[in-house]
Design a protein around this ligand. Structure first.
Ligand code: HEM
Length: 332
């Protein structure tokens, strides 16, 4: 008898368990047969309002990384998906348009007196290596960074998900790792050229006279003119700001919480857009904008007539320090 009761108890227990499992939950009974995205979003929003955050579970020790959503994250997402793309599009396309219009109306700034055939050293090998290392890192950081902002809406539909995933992964690694040589480059730029980049009255005059780009005027300048000094400080301050904010993102939660990282991201992204737009103008002048400028960073020397027209005060200083023009060599 006792055996029979035991059997009955087990059977009743199993039946009760099966009923509980099979019983539809009240929530799922109300679920529509097809997904309604608006209803889902409202539910998520309600959850956020009630609990302030949506938090998951994780395996890494830092529990702060378990937060999946929090109210400020919504504003940040709006910034990242909409506002930032507008800021980027306006600054980058705006600068490109200005440069194209400028080139079409002004053309390349020529060496008016023609080439003298004599060359003078402008940048030594160390200065050129620092410049090109920083510039190469900058270009890759810019392209890989822009992929984070614009890749999904612009590139993904063009190349498809597989190619986009491979490229984005590579770009992200490049962005992370090249940040280190870039930072070293910016620090070296700061150290090696700070002495020649302190603004003075000659620069104000140079800027007032349109810097030799507007009209035919050729205002005198020392080693770096007002425009180059602006570029120098943009690189030092823009590079410094993108490095500090970038490392806050690269090493999350070390120095700041989520809110601080959101601020860092906004600053990083906006500075990056302005920085890239500005550097487009630098690349323009160094290539198609001005005859003889590329050689300065390419070979390290410039034509003496170029120096006379664009950096007369510097040329005079150089000639004084080596009176017979020993540093000026005949062109090959
Ligand atoms: C030391 C230097 C830098 C570090 C450590 C750094 C780090 C980072 C990190 C961690 C992110 C976030 C990536 C992600 O969301 O997955 C990022 C985004 C970005 N970076 Fe940098 N970066 C540096 C320099 C630069 C420079 C020089 C530029 C521009 C030339 C730049 C442009 C961008 C852009 C456009 C984004 C995407 C912004 C967005 O849409 O959210 N970064 N960077």
């Amino acid at each position: 008898m006792a055996k029979l009761f035991a059997h009955l108890r087990v059977t009743a227990g199993a039946l009760a368990l099966a009923l509980i499992v099979a019983m539809p939950t009240p929530g799922s009974a109300q679920q529509p047969s097809s997904i309604n995205p608006t209803a889902e979003a409202v539910k998520e929003q309600q959850l956020l309002q009630q609990l302030n955050t949506i938090q998951g579970r994780g395996t890494i020790p830092d529990v702060r990384s378990y937060v999946l959503e929090q109210p400020a994250g919504r504003e940040w997402r709006q910034f990242h998906e909409v506002t930032l793309r507008w800021i980027g599009a306006i600054t980058l396309l705006g600068m490109l348009a200005i440069l194209i219009i400028f080139y079409l109306s002004r053309g390349m700034v020529k060496i008016e007196s023609g080439r003298s055939g004599r060359k003078i050293e402008r940048f030594n090998a160390f200065e050129r290596s620092v410049h090109w290392m920083t510039a190469t890192c900058f270009i890759i950081l810019a392209l890989s960074g822009l992929n984070i902002t614009f890749g999904k809406p612009l590139l993904l539909p063009l190349i498809g998900p597989e190619a986009f995933t491979t490229w984005s992964e590579m770009a992200k690694y490049a962005h992370n790792y090249l940040s280190f040589p870039f930072t070293i480059g910016v620090l070296l730029v700061l150290l090696i050229w700070v002495g020649s980049n302190i603004p003075n009255s000659v620069d104000i005059e140079w800027l007032k006279r349109g810097g030799g780009l507007i009209g035919k005027d050729k205002p005198p300048a020392y080693r770096f003119n007002g425009g180059q000094k602006i570029t120098y400080w943009v690189v030092v301050l823009g590079g410094g700001t993108s490095a500090v904010t970038g490392y806050l993102l690269l090493f999350p939660f070390y120095a700041t919480g989520i809110e601080g990282m959101q601020i860092a991201q906004v600053v990083h992204a906006v500075v990056a857009m302005l920085f890239i737009a500005f550097m487009l103008s630098h690349i323009y002048i160094g290539t198609i904008g001005m005859e003889g400028a590329f050689e300065a960073m390419g070979e390290g020397t410039v034509d003496v007539n170029w120096a006379k027209e664009h950096h007369r005060l510097w040329l005079e200083e150089e000639m004084r320090s080596s009176p017979k023009g020993a540093r000026a060599q005949p062109a090959e």
